[in-house]
Design a protein around this ligand. Structure first.
Ligand code: NAP
Length: 516
């Protein structure tokens, strides 16, 4: 059986004999071993800071952008092989795998295009120049320069390709080296992508290291110029945030955690509306894509009381036609949960939630003799304010319908009970109602997606994280922010205010068009 290695300090290294086994979650076949530890954390940090930093800082933003384009192309060239790995180790259907892989290459390519326009320089301007004195001679300008450390990227198991690539894109364009660690259960895909990146020698030595196993030792090596981008559960995020080295060394930390995302049906829609059908289609995607293991998947579905029966019947009938089974068979449209641990957690989560609602379809019973398969589970809340419904993320194909009055204020109040979310979606054609709902919940949401008849034919589902707009959310969602165009580079750069003679500041550090 294959043992995954780590690419650290310029070589592939085996790590310790203590390993975790990776499985095919559809068949429970053993696929590979992943070492848990065995690397010299201080040397990894030094290699990134000494070799990677110097190499990236010698390049302009435009040159670094071209590296991203090459990475995107190299990963895309291996798409078929990578899909097969995601099917085997992630329990992904081909559609799930493409969502992850195309998300990865698309985000790299987006940042490559963005970077191409940033000029032949190593810094970014932030806003316009500002007159600070009586005359423009005394002038101010904010600029961003790359921090003089490295980025540690810790990823969740559910998006091994996209999670790694979206963080890599921002850090490399910003000009700081990366050590990336995949979620272990599905590490095979990230490991193969890392192999491709190293084989093709696209990134300068030291700019990219790949660590299988634990990142705990490396977290202790971080200093004030380093940054951590973490994706995973809010519990792990909180424990990293609480580490004394992270706090004591003032390490920048971005946490992308879990979220009780909501979808809200406005009271103006009935089953004839395009937006009504759009909501049902999007919920079917969220409950079945990656077997519901998406941080953006809807967990709470707010439906006006009078419409609940019709809505639930419609949704259940759409879910019933989804074929569940081994994703290696192309006709299956939903695969298993990604690991035995996930399977156990989700089954327990369904049982716990069932105390607060009626199970309308699905449930915690396995639907196959082998593999980690569950059916999409839809519940109807008995008490729409029950704490558990707004607190416990069951990270699988599970959502609860909350019958509400139809008032925008109540919809917002219920959404806000989630304590901070990544994305909530509103379906309505009523502008004043939508405005009220948006303003009532915007402070607790990183993103609000608005579906109406006008965009039903064009809008991408709310689960699609687009690099142009920010991803992240307050409170339990981690209080972090990623992507959002150039905003995504800020974690890795320092903003500095320059004050002085306009002739120098505007000419040397002003916005690009002033350079001519
Ligand atoms: P997790 O158990 O929190 O693990 C996330 C990552 O942290 C893994 O690489 C894990 O390594 C590592 N890790 C675990 N304990 C650690 C510690 N004490 N110190 C340092 N690293 C540690 O989460 P998961 O089960 O992989 O992912 C599912 C969760 O991620 C869900 O709650 C989901 O909502 C959330 N998620 C959020 C986003 C977002 O963008 N906001 C995206 C995807 C997923 P091992 O795998 O080796 O344990």
């Amino acid at each position: 059986m294959k043992t995954l290695s780590s690419y650290v300090c310029g070589t592939w290294q085996k790590g310790s004999d203590e390993t975790q086994t990776l499985f095919n979650p559809a068949t429970e076949e053993e696929l590979a071993l992943c070492p848990r530890a065995g690397f010299e954390a201080a040397s990894i940090a030094e290699h990134a800071r000494e070799r990677g930093q110097a190499a990236l800082r010698a390049m302009s933003l435009v040159e670094r952008a071209s590296l991203l384009k090459q990475l995107s192309v190299a990963i895309h060239e291996a798409r078929e092989e990578l899909i097969d790995i995601a099917v085997a180790n992630g329990g992904n259907t081909r559609g799930d795998a493409k969502f992850d892989l195309d998300g990865a290459t698309g985000t790299l390519s987006y940042y490559a295009s963005l970077g191409k326009k940033l000029g032949d320089r190593d810094f970014l301007t932030d806003g316009e120049g500002i007159q600070l004195g009586r005359t423009p001679r005394f002038w101010g300008q904010h600029i961003w320069t790359p921090r003089q450390g490295f980025a540690l990227h810790i990823n969740a198991f559910n998006f091994p390709a996209w999670g790694m690539a979206e963080k890599l894109a921002c850090a490399i364009l910003a000009g700081i080296p990366v050590v990336t660690k995949p979620g272990t259960a599905s590490a095979l895909l990230a490991w193969r992508i890392a192999e491709i990146i190293v084989e093709k020698s696209i990134l300068p030595e030291g700019a990219f290291q790949f660590l299988c196993g634990s990142a705990r030792e490396l977290l202790r090596e971080l200093g004030p110029q380093d940054a951590v981008a973490f994706t995973g559960s809010s519990m792990t995020g909180a424990s990293i945030r609480g580490q004394s080295e992270i706090q004591g060394n003032h390490v920048r930390l971005n946490v992308e955690a879990d979220s009780l995302n909501a979808a809200i049906l406005g009271p103006d829609l009935d089953s004839d509306a395009d937006a009504f059908g759009l909501m049902v289609r999007n919920l079917v995607i969220d409950l079945t894509q990656k077997a519901g293991q998406k941080c953006t998947a809807v967990r709470r579905i707010l439906v006006p009381e009078a419409l609940v029966d019709d809505f639930a019947e419609f949704l259940i009938s759409e879910l019933a036609v989804i074929k569940i089974g081994n994703p290696a068979e192309k006709t299956n449209r939903m695969g298993p949960l990604a690991s035995a641990a996930q399977f156990k957690d989700v089954r327990q989560g369904i049982d716990a939630l069932a105390e607060f609602g009626e199970i309308l379809c699905g449930g915690s019973d396995p639907i196959a003799d082998r593999g980690y398969f569950l059916a999409p589970t839809l519940m109807r809340a008995r008490d729409i304010r029950a704490e558990a419904i707004h607190r416990d993320e069951v990270f699988g194909p599970v959502a609860t319908i909350l019958p509400y009055s139809g008032s925008a204020a109540e919809a917002a109040e219920l959404v806000n009970l989630g304590g901070g979310g990544l994305v909530s979606s509103i379906y309505s054609n009523d502008r004043p109602w939508t405005e009220k709902a948006v303003l009532g919940m915007a402070a607790t949401q990183g993103r609000i997606w608005i579906g109406s008849d006008k965009v039903a034919g064009e809008i991408l589902p709310p689960g699609a994280v687009l690099p142009q707009t920010v991803h992240g959310g307050p409170g339990r969602a981690g209080a972090g922010e990623e992507l959002g165009g150039l905003r995504g580079l800020e974690l890795y750069m320092q903003r500095t205010a320059l004050q002085g003679f306009q002739g120098l500041i505007a000419r040397s550090f002003g916005a690009l068009e002033q350079d001519d």
